[in-house]
Design a protein around this ligand. Sequence first.
Ligand code: FES
Length: 86
Amino acid sequence: MGYHAGAWEPETYIEMNNNDPDRKKDIICGCSGTTTAQIKKQIDKGIEDLESISRATGACSGCGACDTDILALIAEYISSVSRNAD
Ligand code: FES
């Protein structure tokens, strides 16, 4: 109840981070403003499940409409990384 300093404020977060047009194009979760680059960075750290990525980035913590896009990104990125490793 009430405002807590440091509480998750998606609209403020998006406003703060949407000034960069390249970043805007890369957003995969409109609620949190999370970009595909942020998710790929988590995967590079070995975090590959939606729940952990959500905790780390804020993605998929609002309406949930981005879950299938994020799951597809995770699968596609892991596949591309393993292909490049061969
Ligand atoms: S678009 Fe990601 S939670 Fe709403």
